[in-house]
Design a protein around this ligand. Structure first.
Ligand SMILES: O=c1[nH]c(=O)c2ncn([C@@H]3O[C@H](COP(=O)(O)OP(=O)(O)OP(=O)(O)O)[C@@H](O)[C@H]3O)c2[nH]1
Ligand SMILES: [Mg+2]
Length: 183
């Protein structure tokens, strides 16, 4: 089976491909721009994206929207994670967190699959914001996020290790469990 993943982010594709590889599902990246609305939730962003894309794409496809929610910053950058990453970046986040003791944060991933109907799957991983950047792997905020129960940042893990703990790994698992029952 082949799954089309509409995203501009090669890191997301790498993680999805690694997840589906042993399950004999091939992930094919399609780069199509779609509007990411300023909504309160990742679910709304995904649903709007699907409504926009479904007119353009003939076969079933999925998209994913994710974000980092920092508790002491009232959930910032959240749905704006992509914009904040491109503007103030990791150093900006570390600066905002200077002197803040409560470093709790979670990552959330929402996958939307369209096969004529819209199916939504999500995953959440709690952890904390590191005091400094560590690791070369992963992408995005990975060098500053330490998942609960680990001492390593996501960027210090292999793709398999990150998938076994991450928000995206959990959302992909929920997606796969649904596919098993419905395909
Ligand atoms: O450390 C991280 N570990 C992750 O596992 C992760 N997943 C997402 N992000 C970051 O959060 C924003 C999401 O925005 P996003 O969902 O719109 O993605 P994107 O714009 O990169 O790609 P896409 O929208 O074309 O799929 C982007 O800045 C990503 O870098 C992550 N950071
Ligand atoms: Mg995006």
């Amino acid at each position: 089976m082949k799954l089309f993943f509409i995203t501009s982010n090669p890191g997301k594709v790498r993680e999805a491909a690694k997840f589906f590889e042993p399950l004999k599902i091939e992930v094919i990246q399609l780069k199509r721009e779609y509007p990411e609305i300023q909504a309160d939730s990742l679910e709304e962003v995904v649903k709007f994206g699907i409504e926009w894309l479904k007119k353009e794409i003939d076969s079933p496809f999925f998209i994913e929207d994710s974000g980092l929610f920092i508790e002491s910053l009232n959930g910032f950058p959240g749905v704006y994670s992509s914009y904040v990453y491109k503007t103030i970046g990791l150093d900006g986040i570390l600066k905002l967190m200077e002197g803040i003791e409560d470093r709790k944060a979670y990552f959330k991933s929402v996958i939307g699959y369209y096969d004529g109907d819209v199916h939504i799957f999500s995953g959440v991983t709690w952890g904390r914001i590191a005091n400094e950047k560590r690791g070369e792997g992963g992408f995005g905020y990975d060098p500053i996020f330490i998942p609960e129960g680990s001492e390593k940042t996501f960027a210090e893990m292999t793709t398999e290790e990150k998938n076994s703990l991450s928000h995206r790994g959990k959302a992909l698992k929920a997606f796969f469990d649904w596919l098993k029952e419905n395909i």
